[in-house]
Design a protein around this ligand. Structure first.
Ligand SMILES: [Zn+2]
Length: 300
C-alpha cells in the first residue's frame, strides 16, 4: 500500500506531512515532481523528468530514506498522531548525518574539500547564545566557513581579565578571531525568550539562580538587570525581559571595548561592532542603532 504525500515543487520541506514524524531533510527538490508515493521499506516515484534516482536506505522497518535528486527526506509514518517519534535523539542525529552526507555534502563535495584545503576566512565573528533555537548559521542562511561563532549562555561578553586564573573560552575565541583571523565585524546576537536572561531577572527578583557555574556566569549582567528593573520594574514581566535581553546586548558591546586589541582596531576603523537581536517566534532581526539607542527591525 502506498501513502501519497503532496510536496511543494521547488521549495525546501519545512514541515512534515501531518501524520508523519519528520526526522531530517536536506536540500531542495529540483525536479518538477509534486507528489511522491512510497511505502515502508520500499519507495516508488512519479517524476516528470524521467529520472529514477529515488532510493531507499537501510533504516528500521516502517522508516525510509527517500532521495530524489538533491532532496533527501527521512520520515516515518506515525499511525497514532499523539505518538512519540520512534527514533530517539541519537538515532535522529545519525539519520540527519546520513541525509547530510547523501544530500548537502554530495552536492557540494568540491566546496567542502576546498574549505579543508585552506585556512578558514570567516566574514564575521558572532557571539550568540547556546539556545538551540538561535543558530546563527540558520538565521543568516550561511554556508560553512562564513561565520566564526562563539556561543555561551545568554551571549555575554566577560570582562578583559588576562591576569585572572579563570578559563576564558569566550575571550580566547575573541582573541583568535580578531588577531589571527583578522575578522572585521563582531556581532553580539541576543534573542527573545532567553533562559539565561530570565535567570538573572529572577535572581534580582529574589529567586536565586542555582548551579555550580550558572550563577557566577549570569552575574556578569546583574548590574544591567538591576538598572532595567529600577527603570522599568512597573512594566509586565515580558516587557521587562525584552528590555533586559536587548540591554544585555548593548552591555556586551561596551564590554568588548574593554579588550585592548578590539578597542584599538575599532578606533582605527579596522573593526566594527554590531548589536543584533533575533525574535525566535517572529523570525525578525533587529539591529541596534547607537545614535538613537534603539533596536530597529529589519523587515522584508
Ligand atoms: Zn539565550
Amino acid at each position: 500500500m502506498f501513502f501519497p504525500i503532496t510536496l511543494p515543487g521547488a521549495m525546501p520541506f519545512s514541515r512534515a506531512p501531518s501524520d508523519w514524524n519528520l526526522m531530517q531533510f536536506s536540500g531542495l527538490c529540483q525536479c518538477n515532481e509534486t507528489s511522491l508515493h512510497f511505502q515502508s521499506a520500499r519507495a516508488g516515484r512519479r517524476c516528470g523528468n524521467g529520472q529514477t534516482d529515488l532510493k531507499t536506505g537501510k533504516h528500521p522497518p516502517d522508516s525510509i530514506l527517500l532521495q530524489c535528486e538533491s532532496l533527501v527526506y527521512v520520515g516515518q509514518r506515525n499511525k497514532d498522531k499523539g505518538a512519540k517519534p520512534v527514533m530517539d535523539s541519537i538515532e535522529s542525529l545519525i539519520a540527519g548525518y546520513r541525509a547530510f552526507r547523501a544530500g548537502t555534502y554530495r552536492q557540494n563535495e568540491e566546496r567542502y574539500r576546498a574549505l579543508a584545503a585552506r585556512r578558514q576566512r570567516p566574514r564575521a565573528l558572532i557571539i550568540a547564545c547556546c539556545d538551540s533555537r538561535t543558530d546563527p548559521a540558520m538565521v543568516f542562511n550561511s554556508d560553512p566557513g562564513e561565520l566564526f561563532v562563539v556561543r555561551n549562555v545568554a551571549n555575554l561578553v566577560p570582562p578583559y581579565e588576562p591576569d585572572s586564573h579563570y578559563h576564558h573560552g569566550t575571550s580566547a575565541a575573541l582573541e583568535f578571531g580578531v588577531k589571527a583571523l583578522e575578522i572585521k565585524d563582531i556581532i553580539v546576537m541576543g534573542h527573545a525568550a532567553c533562559g539565561g536572561i530570565e535567570a538573572i531577572y529572577d535572581d534580582c527578583c529574589g529567586k536565586p539562580a542555582s548551579g555550580d557555574f550558572i550563577p557566577s556566569w549570569i552575574s556578569l549582567i546583574e548590574p544591567v538587570a538591576r538598572q532595567v528593573l529600577e527603570k522599568h520594574g512597573e512594566l509586565d514581566r515580558h516587557t521587562v525581559l525584552r528590555k533586559l535581553e536587548q540591554e544585555a546586548v548593548v552591555a556586551s558591546l561596551d564590554r568588548l571595548r574593554s579588550f585592548p586589541f578590539i578597542k584599538e582596531r575599532e578606533d582605527a576603523g579596522q573593526l566594527r561592532l554590531h548589536g543584533w537581536f533575533y525574535g525566535i517566534g517572529t523570525g525578525l532581526l533587529s539591529i541596534y542603532e547607537p545614535e538613537v539607542g534603539r533596536f530597529r527591525d529589519i523587515t522584508d
